[in-house]
Structures are given as C-alpha cells and as structure tokens.
Design a protein around this ligand. Structure first.
Ligand SMILES: Cc1cc2nc3c(=O)[nH]c(=O)nc-3n(C[C@H](O)[C@H](O)[C@H](O)COP(=O)(O)OP(=O)(O)OC[C@H]3O[C@@H](n4cnc5c(N)ncnc54)[C@H](O)[C@@H]3O)c2cc1C
Length: 432
C-alpha cells in the first residue's frame, strides 16, 4: 500500500486521511501544534452536510444556529435589514470541537499522528515530491512518502518550496489575502445591537468587512481588510464598534492573538504535481466573498481520497492526481468563480463608492443575501452601470469582460491530463 504523509492537520487533510486509512493506506499526519492547541478559539459557520459527504459521523450537540447578517455601509447611515430567522443549512460550530472530532475519528481509523513536529519543506527526488523535511526539538529529519497531501494552510511550507517546474503558485498575493482579527469580548451594561449579526463594509478603510455578532450575550468582533496588514486598524475599529454598541466590554475573553490570513480568491490554477496534492487553504479553496473554507476543504479531502483509492497502487503522478483537481473544480470550484470576479470588482472600490452604492439603492438586501430570487452577476452589473458613477465605470467594464470569458475558460478545462494543455488552461484561468 502507498505511504501517505499529510502535511498539517487541516480539515481536508484529515478527511482524506480518514478515508485512506479506512481503505488500508499507511497514513501519517504531521502537525506543528500540540493536539490540544488545534483549532481557532471561536465559532465559525459551515454546512453540517459536509460530514455526510465525507461519510464521517456528525459531532453530537456541536451545532448552533446561524443567522443571516444585516449590512451597513462604511458611513453606517444605511442598514440593509434582514429577517433574524436561523438558516436551515448553515450552522456554527466551535472550531476546537470540530478539529478534535476529525482528529479523534482519524486516529480511530488508524491514522498516525506526529504532533509538535514542524514541516520545513518537501523532500524532492528526481523532480518529484518524495516526502517531508521535519524538525522536532532541534532534531532534523525526513518523513518519506509516496504522496504528500498538503493541508498545511495558506502559508504552507510545502507549497512554498515546490520546484518552479511544478507550475504551482507558491505565494498567494496580498490582494488575494484577507487580513483578519477575531475576538470575543466581555459584555457590560449598555446599548446592545437590535440584530444578532451586524456587518459593516470597508470599516477599516480597506475593501472587506467587520462584524459584531451578539453570540448569546457575548460580543464577537471581527475586523478585516483585503490587500494589506490591518494591525494598526484593529484598535480604532474595535473602539468605533464599542462607541456604537456600548454593551461591548474592553476585555478579550476568547480568540484575539493577532492577525490571521485567509486566501480570498478562486482555487489555485494547479494543485497537483508528482507525489503532491494540495487541499484546503493551501490550495485556496475558500468562498471568495467571505473566506469560508471548512466545508470546501472537507469535501475536497474526500474527493482526493476517492481518486487515490480508484488509482489503486499506481504511483501518484500528476496525470492521475489531475482527476482530483478536475472533479473538485467541476463540482465545487467553478461555482465560486463568479463570486471571485465580483470580489475582484469590489476590491477596486473605495469606501466612498460603497457609501454611494448603499445610499442610492444599488446594493440592497436582495444583492447581499441573493435572496429570495438569485441575483445574477449580469443583473447586478446592469444595475451598477445604470448609475453611471465615473469611478465605477472601469471596475464594471473589467468585470463584464471577465465574466464574458469565464464560461469559455471553464469549458476548456482539460478532462484528461496533458501537460501543455493543462498549463495553457491554467494560464487562462489565472488571467480571468
Ligand atoms: C477569523 C477567521 C474566520 C473564519 N471564518 C470561517 C467561517 O465562518 N467558515 C469557514 O468555513 N471558514 C472560515 N475561516 C476559514 C477557515 O479557517 C479555513 O478556510 C479552514 O480552516 C481551512 O483551512 P485548512 O484546514 O486548509 O488549514 P488550516 O486550518 O490553516 O490548518 C493548517 C494546519 O497546518 C498546520 N501547519 C501549518 N504550518 C505547518 C508546519 N510548518 N508544520 C506542521 N504543521 C503546520 C497548522 O498548525 C494547522 O493545524 C475563517 C478563518 C479565520 C482566520
């Protein structure tokens, strides 16, 4: 049986590991942190049906209701109200509970774990990935493997150190990165929001959003911006939120701890190489509008495991692993391309543009929630164009061109691996 090393206890790596171990593969997960330290110290949204997709039992009593947000412009004078009814499909889960559930399930399926072991890069042999270089307590070593599944997140040292010839993008650009701070605060007597989930667009002055969630009485704040570090912007943003909703206290009770990064873009153009497959944030598998990556990562891990199992004992070469990228892209990745193109357009706007869009009814609750009827990109662009604000003309024109080209690029994705055809497709896809 093939020997498989999973880099990092990321969600997709764990779901792949579970399936592969169940099928008899020799699977080892190498993780820098202690088991107890895994998982963010807060709740995030996901689709519980991801567990069903992966044939993993849902964690019991772990989900709490998710309520759709109401949105404010940067000037905060327009509020797009929403019904605070809970969603039927999306739920919150405590991130530590989630990752513990996956790790425990993997261990009982026979996956081996090496915690507190840092991966420093891939072992490359004859141009192929042949394992991982690791470091534990100043001891250096190597873990050889027939296949490395890279689930080490956005800044994966495996992806970053792949040979250039692999064609895999090694760095995710700042303009495709969401810089975020997240913390729960103590609650004090004061003005509490009238809706549980409040989003403010471009609150830091950068494209992106901040939020205040009333999480059963606990204030949950996120401050975020696309394209540049937000370190200097956290304190003023939190103060501004606290000035409006005086119920937010000054003490951090969970989370905090600096700025994190989320890849905010379409899936990378190439995510497989000889002996290598990326999954989750290391492959930029997030929803480009909001950075949600848990559900997509888990499902991708399962798709990858099925492709490996179906290939039997054949060496995990690019041409076989390409099936994974193709199936993922067709089933999930393509669904988010329009969102990524629209995200690119929003990133070209200023806080003044956003105020204008809210105040003139271009952005309404219908656009925000894509509800009740689906709002197509064409409908939205038409609405934007009607307003004729000069600063919107270029972003709209670029977006119309990209959307027009998108279907053609999707249709031309090679189903079978051919190096030149795949490289040419990847170039067009990235240029969209
Ligand atoms: C503030 C915030 C809010 C978010 N909200 C949501 C949300 O509501 N819904 C949602 O779906 N997603 C959300 N996300 C995104 C989500 O966290 C990721 O998309 C998701 O975790 C998938 O990432 P991953 O599993 O691929 O990698 P990660 O979760 O980044 O895991 C990577 C693992 O690899 C390990 N690792 C990294 N480097 C090394 C190394 N050198 N050696 C060994 N191990 C290493 C890390 O310790 C970590 O355990 C949010 C993210 C943030 C930061």
């Amino acid at each position: 049986m093939l020997k498989i090393a999973v880099a990092g206890a990321g969600h997709g790596g764990l779901t792949a590991a579970i399936r592969l171990a169940q099928k008899g593969y020799d699977v080892t997960v190498i993780e820098a942190q202690k088991k107890e330290a895994l998982g963010h110290d807060w709740h995030d949204s996901m689709l519980p049906e991801a567990f069903d997709f992966c044939d993993i039992p849902r964690p019991e009593n772990a989900f709490t209701p998710y309520i759709k947000a109401q949105h404010r412009n940067p000037g905060k004078d327009v509020v797009l109200k929403t019904d605070p009814a809970p969603s039927d499909t999306v739920f919150y889960i405590d991130r530590k509970t989630l990752i513990r559930h996956l790790v425990d399930h993997a261990a009982s399926a026979g996956v081996k774990f090496r915690f507190e072991t840092e991966i420093t890069g891939p072992v490359i042999n004859g141009g192929k990935v042949a394992g991982l270089f690791v470091k534990k307590e100043k001891q250096f070593g190597a873990c050889k493997a027939d296949l490395v599944i890279d689930a080490a997140g956005m800044h994966s040292p495996v992806r970053r150190n792949l040979p250039e010839a692999s064609g895999i993008l090694r760095e995710i650009a700042p303009q495709d990165t969401y810089f975020v701070y997240r913390a729960y605060y103590n609650a004090v007597d004061g003005i509490r929001p009238d809706h549980p989930y409040n989003i403010i667009f471009f609150h830091t002055g950068l494209p992106g959003l901040d939020w205040l969630i009333d999480r059963n009485g606990t204030p949950d704040i996120l401050v975020g911006g696309i394209g540049a570090d937000i370190r200097e912007k956290i304190a003023p943003a939190v103060e501004d939120i606290r000035a409006q909703w005086t119920w937010v206290g000054e003490n951090v009770v969970r989370g905090g701890g600096g700025v994190k990064n989320i890849p905010l873009r379409r899936t990378l153009p190439l995510i497989v190489a000889d002996g290598y497959a990326a999954v989750g944030d290391s492959a930029a598998m997030t929803e480009p509008m909001n950075g949600s990556g848990i559900t997509l990562s888990m499902k991708a891990g399962r798709i990858l495991a099925d492709v490996i199992v179906n290939a039997g004992e054949k060496a995990p070469r690019t041409e076989r692993l390409w099936r994974y990228q193709y199936v993922y892209q067709k089933a999930l990745g393509e669904k988010y391309l329009t969102d990524d193109i629209i995200r690119g357009m929003l990133s070209m706007l200023t806080p003044d543009d956003m105020d204008y869009l809210f105040r003139n009814g271009v952005l309404t609750a219908k656009e925000m929630l894509k509800d009740p009827s689906p709002v197509t990109a064409a409908y939205f662009l038409q609405k934007l164009a009607l307003f004729g604000r000069p600063s919107l003309l270029r972003p709209v024109a670029v977006t119309v061109r990209r959307l027009a080209h998108m279907k053609e690029v999707c249709a031309s994705m090679p189903e079978m691996y051919d190096r030149d055809a795949v490289r040419s497709w990847a170039e067009q896809y990235e240029a969209l």
